[in-house]
Design a protein around this ligand. Sequence first.
Ligand code: HEC
Ligand code: HEC
Ligand code: HEC
Ligand code: HEC
Length: 253
Amino acid sequence: MKNFTLTTTIAAVALALGIAGVAQAQYTPGAGLAASPHDFSSAVANTETVGLCTFCHTPHRAISTRLIWNHKLSSNNYTWDETTTMGGTDLPTNIQTWVGPTRACLSCHDGSVAIGDVAWFNKAGPTVINATKHENDAVTVGAGGDMSGNHPVAVPIPFGNTGGETYNNITTGDDVVMEWVADPTTNGIRLFRDSGDGSAIAGPEEGNAGIECSSCHDPHNASTVQGPYLLRGELDGSTGGASGYICLKCHAK
Ligand code: HEC
Ligand code: HEC
Ligand code: HEC
Ligand code: HEC
């Protein structure tokens, strides 16, 4: 009887938390958005039923044409506690205005904006469909705009294993060790280039290549996802080598 009460209590708490309840559901890496942690279509705390894509994209009246982005952006200014990487590459200070996937991810993950604060759905908006925020929970990244301790993003990658790349107005530092997989996209990694107007577009070029949050994670849990956390690689590297371990997909170490 005691056990029964406990189970009921846990279920009630999970229900009350709504979105957090989704995290406990099992999902298969690479099997698509539905039933993944980014499937908000039936999150309990939603005040209405929404489409599978709604929390991130909308076909009309989006916040930006690029990505037809639907989720309210954060007003945080992102900074690191350092100004450069060890090799001398500047860390970005313009993620808030740099039109790339990273600011899209941080619009939910920095914890400052409600998960379901969208521009447009079902002929209505702006509207807050789900008021949960990510403040101080296990999936918060960049709380309050503080990116300290996070792997660099919105920075150049030495594509072709040569230095001198420029991306997001940042050039790879002279002292970055040239031990890179020449073309990480062959390992399922997604890379970007600077389109020259303050934004990122997919597809690297020699001299113009960069990484974003979505280089390592696929928000859609589509075919390149091999591991947990929507990773485009494995967390433990059980397959071995650059076709498995996420870190070896870019770093030739
Ligand atoms: C609309 C808000 C929203 C956006 C935009 C968003 N996320 Fe998430 N993300 C969430 C929520 C909410 C969870 C936690 C879901 C849960 O606990 O069930 C989550 C979970 C995750 C997880 C953990 C997955 C797991 O297996 O536990 C990762 C990794 C992640 N997101 C990365 C990203 C990246 C990278 C981007 C951008 C490419 C992104 N997210 C964009 C809301 C968002
Ligand atoms: C949790 C947020 C989130 C959800 C939900 C989401 N997307 Fe995305 N989507 C993103 C982000 C962030 C990007 C840009 C990242 C990237 O491609 O590197 C993106 C990029 C895209 C792109 C352009 C790049 C590509 O992969 O072709 C398409 C198309 C797309 N999404 C379609 C969809 C569709 C269709 C759905 C619903 C079935 C959906 N997305 C649901 C976050 C999301
Ligand atoms: C260089 C690859 C890489 C990049 C870039 C990257 N991540 Fe991650 N991320 C990982 C790995 C690996 C994990 C698993 C770490 C762990 O928990 O051991 C992870 C875990 C996560 C998690 C799960 C919770 C946690 O903190 O472990 C979230 C949420 C997340 N990342 C979001 C993001 C966001 C948002 C960005 C962009 C600001 C980003 N990631 C950029 C590799 C990356
Ligand atoms: C998508 C490609 C990519 C992946 C995957 C990746 N990295 Fe990186 N990593 C980079 C880039 C680009 C830099 C910036 C190099 C520079 O210019 O200093 C970097 C920098 C670093 C640095 C140096 C940071 C500093 O301040 O000097 C370390 C350490 C590192 N990565 C470790 C990892 C680990 C551990 C993983 C796996 C969890 C990983 N990386 C996955 C691309 C990647």
